[in-house]
Structures are given as structure tokens and as C-alpha cells.
Design a protein around this ligand. Structure first.
Ligand code: NCD
Ligand code: ZN
Length: 346
């Protein structure tokens, strides 16, 4: 029986660090075990220019110990007014790694996102030319589309047409939650990949809704039926190059989660690696964890894998805090509803 695994240090290809007191509390949770992370730009106001990305990066570094090896990989928030020249300059100077597309109104802080996809066509063409990846929140927002169908409809109505109209555009389908997302990402060739979160490997929609509503399991895209969770597990544990980890760890204070209209987001930064090891072990795929968490992501982004390693050992259940404290109030850590036996050693 395997009771020890060593992986190249993992990266998180989709992470919310927020700002201010929340940033200071959550950044160390990721920096403890991850070498790099793609930082989501959905602040209020959003990170829309190269200069704002640079300033945000400095605030992130200021929230971490001076000698931290952690590298935040910055993104710009695509709006209908994004200037292709500013974007291209920021990319050429290495200030940003990718650009994030939020359909307007799809999720937390997405009101400045894109409503008319034709308006961003010139920016997308420029991104294809310069090889800047587009990270996509893949859900339509139409009120007449059932929330559980929004990802599948987005692939047909928005994503596939964009990719056909923009050859060479490199796209990451972020936090996929459906079998349709897995199938589309599998068939998309070298310019397409998908991230999968930790929590979507663990929960289905029953966990949110059956036996009482569980706000801490509510995130967007919302968890789907069990058959979709199983498709995600199969994709993540397959080792296939199209799939890699993007935790979408998205902290909100409990005060903002536990409301009549509570915020979407699961906070998994604290226990993600232990959960992933448990999940991959359950599926007999511990040997694929490194591909998912440490190899496939950098390969897609054209970066070397990390030189360092992390080791996990299996033993008595690991304890982790139920909440982390922030100056804005407590944030609940994702509860995977199972004991976690894999302890991470730095
Ligand atoms: C994210 C957030 O809180 O910023 N929420 C979430 O449920 N995942 C936004 C997002 O990635 O959709
Ligand atoms: Zn997110």
C-alpha cells in the first residue's frame, strides 16, 4: 500500500485572492503548498489594465513573507472596452499571463464582463496572434436557461463559435462541471484545456440541496448531477494533458455566505492537496496526481514544471481548521465530508 507520494510542487491555475484583509488572510494558505497561481481579476473594481495588474501583484506580494517563492500569475478582466494594445503590451512585458472572460452577470463581481461577444472580437484576434490564453467562465446568463444547463449551452452557443471564428486562440475552460465540458475539452486539440476544481470532484448538487440547504457548497458554476461529478473524476484522474487543477478557491466571509442571497464560492485553499490525494487514491490514480496538479498546467501555459517538490504521507486523519480568521470575519474551509489521511509536508 502506498503511504508516501512526492510530487513536483503544484500550481493552481484558477485562484481568487481578493484584496485587503481577505488577501492577507488567504494568500498564505495557497503560498504554503503552491508555487504559482493564476490570479482572478474580479476585484471591485476589476483589474482591467496592465498597470492595475502590476499594482495588484505588488499587494499580493506584500501580503506574503518577503522571501516567499510564490509567484502570482496575473490576469486581466476582459471588458467590451479592453484596449488590445494595452493587453498586448502587458503580455509582451510578462505582466500578465492570461485574460479572463466573464459573461456579464454570470458570477461574483462579473457586472463589467462581456454582454456582446462581437465587441471583443478584435481583442480575441489579437490574443490569438500573440499567444495570450483566454480563461473562460463558461456559463450563459439568459434567464430562460436553467442554471444546471448553463455550461452545456455556453459551449454550443458561445464557446464553439468563438473558437471557430478565432483560429489559434488558446482557451482554458475554467472550472468545468459537466460531462459536456469534459467531452468538449477532450476533443479540442492542443489549443484547448480545462481546469477542474477540488470541490467539484467531491460534491454533486444533492450535497447543496438535499436534507437542508448548505450555503458553503454553493459556488458557480453550481455542482451538477452525480454522473457529471463522475465524469470530472475520470477526466482529472486520467492524467490526460487537457485537464489540470484550478481550485477556484473563492473565499467569502461567513456573513456574506449565510444570507438570504448568499455569495457563490467554496474556499478550498487550506485543504486542497489533502483532498486531492484522498480523491485520487479512492480512484486508484495516485500516480496521476502529479500530472493533474503539477505537470499539465505548466505544459499548457508553455512554462516549465516547478523544480521543487512536495511530499504527502498517509496516516491518521489530518486536522485542519473549520474556519480561518480574517479581519473581515471568519471564512469557512470547505468540508469534504470524509476524513483526510494525506498530510502535506513542505
Ligand atoms: C467566484 C468568486 O467568488 O469570485 N465564485 C465562485 O462561485 N466560483 C467567481 C467565479 O469563479 O465564478
Ligand atoms: Zn473563480
Amino acid at each position: 500500500m502506498t503511504d508516501k507520494i512526492t510530487l513536483r510542487t503544484p500550481d493552481d491555475w484558477h485562484l481568487h485572492l481578493r484584496d485587503g484583509a481577505m488577501l492577507r488572510a488567504v494568500a498564505p494558505e495557497t503560498a504554503r503548498h503552491f508555487a504559482r497561481a493564476i490570479i482572478m481579476p474580479n476585484l471591485v473594481p476589476p483589474v482591467v489594465t496592465g498597470a492595475q495588474a502590476v499594482a495588484y501583484r505588488s499587494r499580493i506580494m506584500a501580503a506574503l513573507p518577503k522571501d516567499t517563492p510564490f509567484q502570482p500569475l496575473m490576469t486581466l478582466y476582459l471588458t467590451e472596452d479592453t484596449d488590445p494594445d494595452d493587453l498586448a503590451r502587458a503580455h509582451a512585458e510578462g505582466l500578465i499571463t492570461a485574460v479572463k472572460l466573464y459573461p456579464a452577470g454570470a458570477t461574483t463581481n462579473s457586472s463589467s464582463g462581456v454582454a456582446d461577444f462581437d465587441k471583443v472580437r478584435p481583442v480575441l484576434e489579437r490574443m490569438a496572434e500573440i499567444g495570450c490564453p483566454l480563461c473562460v467562465h463558461g456559463e450563459v446568463v439568459d434567464a430562460d436557461i436553467d442554471i444546471f444547463d448553463r455550461e452545456a449551452v455556453f459551449i454550443d452557443r458561445v464557446l464553439d463559435p468563438i473558437r471557430r471564428a478565432t483560429p489559434g486562440l488558446r482557451v482554458v475552460m475554467e472550472h468545468i462541471t459537466t460531462k459536456q465540458g469534459v467531452d468538449y475539452a477532450s476533443q479540442g486539440g492542443a489549443d484547448l484545456a480545462a481546469t477542474i476544481t477540488t470541490h467539484h470532484l467531491v460534491i454533486n448538487r444533492n450535497h447543496i440541496l438535499a436534507g437542508g440547504i448548505k450555503p458553503h457548497y454553493y459556488c458557480l458554476p453550481v455542482a451538477k448531477r452525480e454522473e457529471h461529478r463522475l465524469a470530472l473524476r475520470k477526466a482529472a484522474t486520467s492524467g490526460a494533458a487537457s485537464f489540470f487543477l484550478g481550485t477556484d478557491s473563492a473565499p467569502h466571509t461567513d456573513a456574506n455566505k449565510l444570507l438570504p442571497c448568499g455569495c457563490a464560492g467554496c474556499f478550498t485553499a487550506t485543504n486542497t492537496l489533502s483532498i486531492l490525494a484522498e480523491v485520487f487514491e479512492q480512484d486508484g490514480a495516485l500516480d496521476q496526481l502529479e500530472a493533474f496538479a503539477s505537470i499539465n498546467g505548466p505544459a499548457f501555459y508553455g512554462m516549465p514544471p516547478n523544480q521543487g517538490t512536495v511530499t504527502l504521507t498517509k496516516g491518521a486523519p489530518v486536522s485542519y481548521p473549520a474556519q480561518i480568521e480574517t479581519d473581515d470575519g471568519p471564512v469557512t474551509v470547505f468540508d469534504p465530508m470524509m476524513p483526510l489521511h494525506w498530510r502535506v509536508h513542505d
